[in-house]
Design a protein around this ligand. Sequence first.
Ligand code: HSE
Length: 321
Amino acid sequence: MRDPLIWERTARVAVKSRTAVAPCSTANLGPGYDVFGLALDALKDRIKITKVSAGGRKIAIKNSDQAIPAAAESNSAGLVVKRMMRDFHVYDDVEIHVTKGVPAGYGIGSSAASAAAAAIAFNALYNLKIDRNRLVEYAAEGEIASAGTKHYDNVSASLLGGFVIGSKGQFIRIEPPRDLFLVVAVPISMHVPEKKTEVARSVLPKEVPLTSVVHNVSGAATIVAGFALRDVEMIARGIDDVIVEPARKHLIPGYNSVKKNAVSAGALAVTISGAGPSMIAFLKTRKNANKVAVAMAKGFEEAGVKSRTFACRPSSGARLA
Ligand code: HSE
């Protein structure tokens, strides 16, 4: 039997569909594994959720990108909606239209962008008035589709925008400096395995030396200080990861050349974007962005990989469209 209050809420809402967009993002920023995220204004996903009928809680996914799973249980937006339906006793059948702008599997927060937009759209469609911290928790549910586990760095950045320090339950957003520019190189011709993030997590060490932890904590603290003080050079000085990046770099053909070329072309720091295989360079001012983009593409090319590069700035967060 339906809960009469829930039925009333479902019936009262006249709106049949809501659409939200969410930006891509980079996670980790070197030493901030699973904690740091930065929203990027390069690419976006768009999610439209439509109530089809009252009924059996069926979720139909319509994808613009055939590479994205169509079953709700393996689709990041589908997982978010499924969980929110359950928690808020929504019994409608819904359709989710996914328009992918962020290519999946390249470490630029594709699953997170869909998940963040889905959480925002569902919240609005059912007028749930969920606060943003809790929406991040729901969006993180979507990461299970690609990472096999929840992680909050990409979804918190995609949903809240800017630079976000996050872990379960608390997400601290800092507005990035206005002179921070990024170049992302996405190796599009590279074959990425399904559940790539899960694969990239499986190569990480289970134990690390204390000296490495000290190095990374110092770098992470420097990055946070750099964002708080709006100091791009300070941010860049913190981007040096001796734990995760060395364990993953063999998964990225051209890693060494991309990094070396970007630095020679004027990048202040270069690291793997999220779980890779994209690489991201940090710059102060747009001046060198084109040169750095060409240099990074050349690095991938030397390893026989075609890439697309995006010069971008930090982005604001997900919003209703
Ligand atoms: N923090 C995650 C990882 C990000 O590095 O596995 C995945 O995009």
